[in-house]
Design a protein around this ligand. Sequence first.
Ligand code: GLC
Length: 440
Amino acid sequence: MTERKAGSPEMETLRERAWEVLAANDRGRFTVPTAPLYPHQWMWDSAWIALGWAERDEARAWTEIESLLSAQWPSGMLPHIVFHQKEKTYFPGPDVWQSGVEPPTSGITQPPVAATAVRRLYVNAEDRALAERKARELWPKLLAYHRWLYEARDPGGTGLVAILHPWESGMDNSPVWDEALARVPIRADALPQPQGRAGPVRRDVRHVDAAERPTDDDYRRYMSLVAQFREAGYDSKRLHSESPFCVADAGFNALFHRANLDLLALGAELNLDAGELEAAAGRTEKAFESLWSEEAGVYLSWDRRAESLIPVAAVSGLLPLFAGIPSAERAARMAAAIEEWGRSVRWLAPSTAPTDRRFDPRRYWRGPVWVVVNWLLWQGLRRYGFDELARRVREDTFELVMREGFREYYHPHEGTGLGGRNFSWSAALLLHWTGRGKDA
Ligand code: GLC
């Protein structure tokens, strides 16, 4: 396979197309992931989207993050969706969440990658004065968020923080959640009704083929959790002790650990004191010991309700590479696992091990390839010196995007684009990856 060189005419054309996607999804102070499927601001999308904006307009990149953090709750929580504008088509919207804050938001969080994005904006910035000012303003808010995560999601001090809803993982319908989600009782008032009938209606399947989205039963349980959290007034303590779904996700914790390190490093550069965060981050790193599976070659997630490891090999369990968590030996085992997966599929990296019986090459996080995941894996593999494999991950990604455009995800056997079109983070990360992030 020929390498896609940054600066080559085909790459320049692709970058131009990426700019068109960002421009179309730009809402002034924030960027929607894609219209009409996701017409608001999503947290981890926006953090990465900012890296794309920084390629052309650093001020706009900082604004993206500021908009996100402007929705921070008094507790420190950063919500996974911010509803900056009145828009009635998205479900579940503000009337379902009833979070009682302004701007309206959802009541759950998402992978805590904002500190990593901010540090990267800061380090790469050409406008140093602006970067210094913005980083100083944002840093205390990020610290408050990280403190909230430890307090609200790790009250027992285990070092690992829990997600209370599959949406918090960012990998909504990964088979890793199946059993924990199956224990969530379905409430009669949370059923999405088919079109034309009374009651709340799923909107996602109007825009995207239902075979590429979570099933209706999954959706009923997602909505049952939302109803429960709403009725508990989003009280963090109650939510952690009462939610039937409570999982220490290997992917979320790996991204959190990396974000802790980035926040600490940025604090050191700006001469700001992070207090107890360093010790807490040390505990998180150690706690990964309990999640390792030599057999699967990935880290597993821990079900805090069942008190057991979840035996599903998924791409979330490879993200600790990005955070520098595994030893060199374990990283080699993980690289071998990726190579194994790569022998079963044409395109790396499938979101679930292709050997798992729940692997589904079309359905969202159960098999398809995602640009964001590949970009994180590429960095992790390079960090440990697996340059050949890293190159394949990058080339596969660039090739998919070139063939199919900036889609939400891609079929790992056929390479066809799936889910939403003109997807912001796919475009933004391509811009960053072929721009300032090319040596990251
Ligand atoms: C889906 C994805 C999630 C993403 C969101 C917006 O819910 O699972 O990770 O943030 O779409 O793109």
